[in-house]
Structures are given as C-alpha cells and as structure tokens.
Design a protein around this ligand. Structure first.
Ligand SMILES: [Zn+2]
Ligand SMILES: [Zn+2]
Length: 244
C-alpha cells in the first residue's frame, strides 16, 4: 500500500524522536525573510516548510527602515500569533533594520520594540554591500539582539558584543558568509556569542542539519560547534522571553 507524503513525514518524525532524540540537534533559525520585504514566501509557507524540516523556532525578520516599521511589524506579529496557535514551530516576530544611517539606528530599534518586534536584527557591515561604516557599533550601542553578517567587525566591537551579550551572526548566505572565519575567530578570542542563521529569502536557502554543520566548519569552528551555536540561539530566545 502506498503511503502519502503526510504519513511519510509523521513516520520519519517518529523515527527521529525514537532513535535519535539525543543526537539530532533541533534546528533554530532567527533570521529569515518573507514577501513583506524581498523574500518570496508568505509567513505561513515559510513556517510550514521549516516545520517539515524539523525546526523548533524561526524568527521572521524582514528588512525595514522607518517608513516600513509600522506596516511590517504588526503584520509579522499577527502572523506569529496565529501560526503559534497551531504549528509546532515557534514563530518569533522580528525585524531587520537595514541600511539605516547609524545615528538613526537607536530610535528605530526603540520604535521596533514598541511595535511588537521581539527580536531586532541589525543588517551589519557585510563586505558585499555598501553598508554605512558605524552600523555595527550603532546596533551594539542600541542594544539590538543580533548583529547580522557583521563583515570585518573590529575587536572593539566584538568586545562590546561580549559585554552586552549581543549575538554576532555566522551567515549561511552567499556573499555575507565571506567573513564568517574572521567573525568566528574574533568571537572566540574575546568570548562573544555566535549564532548561525540562514538569512533565507527562498526555500532553497533553508539549512538542513548537514548544511548547517558544513557552514560552521567552513567558518573555522570545530565540527561539533553546531550544538553550541544552537545552544546560543536558545539562550537568546530565553533572553527575550521564550522558553526552550
Ligand atoms: Zn541583512
Ligand atoms: Zn536578512
């Protein structure tokens, strides 16, 4: 008798839980995009696809500046509230403050939180875009939650991240990932916390456990560091009021 896709999925999940519960890391992704910015999926499809891949939590963090905050954040909050009623993946409403002049970042972080963003990501100084110098530092001073793709982040900035427990991103995204090795090395030297995110814009960008592990190793981290990075993600979720 042929079995359908849903039965196959249920069976696969059952086997995972039964045999691999302690060995299989439960994946978390705290940086994704929907069609509220330049992603291609609506929130419901993004979350369903990650549920299918075995994720436990996802933050939706669309790009925005001051003109979009009051449009985007309430809609992500609404999607998260509804999806959290029925899907197994915990959806965290967030925002990625993108290409905002550094001296305006603090007020946009504050406004984002007022509008309901539980996770504020700064679009950091990636070397593949002309992000304004000073963006990483402004995000750290404004107590954002994650500095995404921080590029050639300085040791002083990494120290600030460590002191303030702000997470620096190891990116699985092409281009942004060029400086993962630099970010990982400085974070390890100084004791700053790293987090691994996909920065997914389309289904092909979601990380399997195998790919996540390769990105971690490609960053110069030890092969078993994926667990530590996922533990950092759980710590961040705890810091913003979610229990895992
Ligand atoms: Zn970004
Ligand atoms: Zn992004």
């Amino acid at each position: 008798m042929a079995i359908g896709a849903l039965e196959r999925e249920t069976l696969a999940r059952f086997c995972r839980l039964l045999f691999f519960k302690t060995e299989v890391p439960i994946l978390i992704d705290l940086h994704t995009h929907t069609l509220f910015s330049d992603g291609v999926l609506i929130p419901a499809e993004l979350v369903r696809r990650l549920e299918f891949l075995g994720y436990s939590a996802v933050a939706i963090t669309d790009h925005a500046d001051a003109s979009l905050l009051d449009f985007t954040i309430p809609r992500i909050v609404k999607a998260a509230e509804e999806l959290n009623q029925s899907q197994s993946v915990k959806v965290i409403p967030g925002i990625e403050l993108t290409h905002i002049p550094p001296d305006l970042i603090a007020q946009n972080v504050k406004r984002s939180r007022e509008l309901g963003a539980k996770l504020v990501v700064i679009h950091g100084e990636t070397i593949v875009e002309p992000v304004a110098p000073g963006t990483n530092r402004a995000g750290l001073e404004a107590a954002a939650d994650i500095i995404a793709h921080p590029g050639l982040v300085t040791v002083e900035e990494v120290r600030m991240a460590a002191e303030r427990e702000i997470f620096l991103e190891i990116s699985a995204r092409a281009g942004h990932s060029f400086t993962n090795g630099h970010v990982a090395r400085l974070a390890n030297e100084v004791g700053a916390k790293l987090i691994l995110n996909s920065d997914a814009h389309a289904p092909r960008d979601f990380m399997t456990e195998e790919f996540a592990s390769k990105v971690v190793q490609g960053s110069g981290l030890k092969p078993d560091s994926l667990s530590a990075l996922l533990s950092n993600a759980r710590q961040l979720l705890k810091n913003i009021g979610y229990q895992f």
